[in-house]
Each structure stands twice: as structure tokens, then as C-alpha cells.
Design a protein around this ligand. Structure first.
Ligand code: F6R
Length: 242
């Protein structure tokens, strides 16, 4: 695991952007993508770039259960407005949050993941250490599932909704087993609220209680942090960029 720490999230996101560009140039074709506040600057840099993803495939980590892709808080809508409307991919997959036939949606998404091995997987990090919506206790070999969101995830995500009651309580999520099959993984985490989870993922024990600690078992993981998110790490465990 390589850990890079930057003064702020703007500079950290520029580093993430160069990693994306480098991987695309080297032939990465299938990109696993994340939503949320963390990758917004990276997506802005991608929108403003001259990179061409029109021959590429994207597979998103998750989608809220019950939200239609046109719903402004759905992750499909987020991806359209943050990236795809400006930088279209050949094919962009997200789980279908409106599919109430849970098993068939799970099977369909697992098949998509199996048929499109992920070259580069982008991850954010939950305050409780989740990756995708794989909450604490999720198995490290798990595939797609319908997840019950924990109270602290609902609380954290309520900042994107008018009220906490509007936050969906479930989501379809790619499993940790599928995430770990990606050829290369880049995780971004910014701000003081992520510091405990960052410590756990980088220096804590490998445990299902902190899903991101599973990344310690993957051979090619790059962690990109701002100083606040890195504040609990021992100084010699990371590369600091002045
Ligand atoms: C989003 C996702 C989540 C987020 C995490 C951090 O697709 O899979 O794991 O990456 O909840 O969210 P933000 O970036 O909003 O702090």
C-alpha cells in the first residue's frame, strides 16, 4: 500500500487525476467509479481535461435502493452531472435502484462485473471505514448485495438531502470481493472526520469491523490523503508531498 499525503484536497486531487491519466494512457479500459463529496474535484479535473473515455467502460460501486436514475440524489444522476454528460464512456453501469427484484438485480450486476474486469478502481472512505456501501461486518469475499445502511452512514449522507428522513435506508453495492479483484485501486480520503478510518485502514488490524482494512491484502493500492485525513498516521508510513 502506497500512501501519499498532500497539503490539501485540491493538490491531492491533482495527483489522483495524473494517476487516472497515466492509467488511461497505459491502456486501462474499465474504470470502477465512486460517488460522494470526495471525488468531486477529481471529476472536475476530468471534465476539464482532454482525456477521452469514449472507448472505456465504467462500473459504479453503488446506488440507493428506490431511487430512479433521474432523481437528483441518485448516484446515476450524480455521475451524469459530475462526469458522463461531459465525458461520456462507451458504457456506464450502475445498479438499478428501482429494481425491486433484488436477486435478479444482484445477479445482473455480478455478471457485469465478471464480464468487465476492473483495471482501475476509485474508492472513497466512509467515516466508519466502509468502501462502496460495504458496512462493518461485510465479508471480504462478498459480491453485490442489497445493504442496510448503518445509522452513521445515513447521518453522514444526510448532508446531501433536505432531511435525514429522505436518505434511503438501503443501497445496492458491489461487494468487497469484487473490489479486491480490481487490478489497481486508488482510495481518496479528505478531512478530519476520515482520520480514524484512515488509521484503521493503513495501520490497524485487518478486520471486517473496518471494511477498508481489507485493502491491506491487495497488491496495488494507492491511498491519496490530505493532511487532516492523515493526522493519525505514523509519520514514516507515508510519502509527504510539500
Ligand atoms: C460512494 C461510496 C461511498 C463513499 C463514502 C465517502 O459511491 O461508495 O463509499 O465513497 O461514503 O463519501 P464522501 O465522499 O461523500 O465522504
Amino acid at each position: 500500500m502506497k500512501i501519499h499525503v498532500f497539503k490539501n484536497k485540491e493538490i491531492a486531487s491533482e495527483f489522483a487525476y495524473t494517476e487516472f491519466a497515466k492509467n488511461l494512457e497505459q491502456g486501462a479500459h474499465v474504470f470502477g467509479l465512486a460517488t460522494g463529496g470526495t471525488p468531486e474535484i477529481l471529476y472536475q479535473l476530468l471534465r476539464e481535461s482532454d482525456l477521452d473515455f469514449s472507448n472505456c467502460v465504467s462500473i459504479n460501486l453503488d446506488e440507493y435502493y428506490g431511487l430512479d436514475g433521474n432523481h437528483p440524489k441518485s448516484y446515476r444522476y450524480y455521475m451524469q452531472t459530475q462526469l458522463f454528460d461531459v465525458k461520456p464512456f462507451n458504457t456506464s453501469y450502475l445498479p438499478d435502484g428501482t429494481d425491486t427484484n433484488v436477486q435478479s438485480q444482484i445477479d445482473a450486476y455480478n455478471q457485469i462485473i465478471a464480464e468487465n474486469p476492473i483495471d482501475l478502481q476509485l474508492l472513497g472512505l466512509g467515516v466508519n471505514g466502509h468502501i462502496g456501501f460495504n458496512e462493518p461486518g461485510s465479508p471480504f469475499d462478498g459480491q453485490t448485495s442489497l445493504v442496510d445502511l448503518t445509522a452513521n452512514t445515513i447521518e453522514a449522507n444526510s448532508r446531501y438531502f433536505a432531511t435525514k428522513e429522505e436518505v434511503p435506508t438501503q443501497a445496492y453495492s458491489m461487494g468487497i470481493g469484487s473490489i479486491l479483484k480490481a487490478n489497481k485501486i486508488i482510495l481518496l480520503a479528505f478531512g478530519p472526520k476520515k482520520a480514524d478510518a484512515v488509521f484503521g485502514l493503513a495501520e490497524g488490524p485487518i478486520t471486517v469491523d473496518l471494511p477498508a482494512s481489507s485493502l491491506q491484502t491487495h497488491p496495488d493500492v494507492t491511498i491519496i490523503l490530505d493532511e487532516e485525513a492523515a493526522s493519525q498516521l505514523s509519520r514514516d508510513s507515508y510519502i509527504f508531498h510539500e
